[in-house]
Design a protein around this ligand. Structure first.
Ligand code: PLP
Ligand code: ZN
Length: 417
């Protein structure tokens, strides 16, 4: 009995084979991988997973791969940090940070890309491509390098310089497009039609998206096979957000988690690009596209493909959609670094700032278990905080100079007093 039923239209339910397609021919709805959970249940156990690799592939039975060789990029199995210092400040006793800054290319995108690349190669594509807000391009370029596939990646031309370096080092064909992500994505849809390339976020998107489920599996496993009361997820397209919820539900369906998940799922966005939050506030499931203007560029998607489905998840789970200003994003980055020693990029600052808002407004009770997803590394966007930090204390190489400086520096003086 096969674990995989095929690709299924999320609107009309029509089933397709496991092909490099992403849109329903009948109703233009998006396609999603459908599983036979009865077939999966006897194949999975907590013990077998614990004995598996320290990567996303330990959950292979729940991922859309068959016999094809996988591309092992060592994505996943990142720390779930019990954030007691930050929790004390926010009045939360069970606060956790999923630290996905430490993936191979320093963002969670390595998870979905490992699946997309594996499928792209198995389908016989020689070129692995994507439209990216920055992090996806790095993950695709690195995965392409490792798998021996040509990588062609497209980014908005105004991307942060550090992100461009984080992509360029893998030597893909890197195309910077004048316009925002939504312009880049539209161009890539045309290119995908004309050239026979695998686009992570277009024709192999149904497989790509499944990789984000591992963010749910890992958190549940790290919590001792239970799901949290709250998950706070930085959201661009909404793909990761919806798949984390799918992942929590699947764990229960296949018997790895005893209780049905009751996680309140919260979308975190920056005010300068908050189409999901806007729709949530207007109490509608229909997202009105916006023009992004925020330092949280990895979330700067004005017309989110999974916006509608994200709003449905919020409604189903009793979660929220909350936005924070760029100033609050910077504060969030600093707060996380200065309490827990984790340096996040702007998207991580968004989730921390939203967690703070939820706690301060009493929407999270002190003893509820909260997981804040921190999805990208601070070295991707150092510009966001560089001029907000105390400069180094520069001195001559003498004890006198050091002690003179120490007398001026309040923190240092307190430490020696
Ligand atoms: C892409 C990205 C997101 C948003 O993911 P979506 O699936 O597009 O919602 C969040 N954080 C980081 C660091 C990202 O790179
Ligand atoms: Zn359909």
């Amino acid at each position: 009995m096969s674990r995989l039923r095929g690709l299924q239209c999320r609107e009309c339910g029509h089933l397709y084979g496991l092909l490099p397609i992403h849109v329903c021919e009948l109703c233009f709805g998006p396609l999603e991988v459908a599983y036979d959970y009865d077939a999966i249940r006897p194949l999975v156990s907590r013990e077998a997973i614990a004995a598996g690799p320290q990567t996303i592939w330990r959950y292979r039975a729940l991922l859309p791969v068959e016999d094809e060789p996988i591309i092992e990029t060592y994505a996943g199995c990142t720390p779930l940090v019990k954030a007691d210092n930050l929790g004390r400040l926010l009045g939360l006793n069970q606060l956790y940070v999923k630290n996905d800054t430490v993936n191979p290319t320093f963002s969670f995108k390595d998870r979905p890309v490992a699946i997309a690349g594996t499928k792209a190669r198995a389908f016989g594509f020689d070129t692995f491509a994507c439209a990216s807000t920055g992090n996806l391009a790095a993950a695709v370029a690195a995965c392409g390098a490792r798998a021996g596939m040509r990588a062609v990646v497209f980014i908005p031309a105004d991307l942060e310089p550090s992100k461009v370096t984080n992509i360029g080092i893998y030597d893909p064909t890197l195309v910077a497009v004048h316009g925002n992500y939504d312009d880049v994505n539209r161009l890539c849809s045309e290119i995908a039609d004309k050239y026979g390339w695998a686009f992570a976020n277009i024709n192999v998107r149904p497989y790509y998206a499944e990789g984000s489920k591992t963010l749910a599996y890992e958190v549940a496993e790290q919590l001792g096979w239970r799901t949290p009361d709250h998950a706070i997820v930085p959201t661009g397209s909404g793909s990761m957000f919806t798949k984390i919820w799918k992942g929590f539900q699947e764990l229960h369906r296949v018997g790895l988690v005893d209780e049905a998940p009751r996680t309140r799922m919260t979308v975190a966005q920056a005010t300068g690009c908050a189409p999901v939050v806007d729709a949530f506030d207007r109490r509608t499931l229909n997202v009105a596209p916006v023009k992004p203007d925020t330092i949280a560029k990895s979330l700067a998607i004005g017309n989110p493909a999974d916006g509608y489905y994200s709003l449905k998840v919020i409604k189903e789970t009793g979660g929220w959609a909350v936005s924070v200003t760029d100033a609050e994003v910077v504060e969030g980055i600093k707060l996380l670094a200065q309490t827990e020693g984790i340096f996040a990029e702007t998207a991580g600052g968004v989730s921390v700032a939203v967690a703070r808002k939820l706690a301060e407004s009493g929407r999270i009770a002190p003893d509820e278990t909260v997981v804040v997803y921190v999805t990208g590394n601070g070295l991707k966007t150092p510009e966001a905080v560089a001029d907000r930090l105390a400069p180094p204390i520069t001195i001559a190489a003498t004890m006198e100079a050091f002690e003179a400086a120490l007398a001026v520096d309040q923190r240092g003086a307190a430490a020696v007093a």
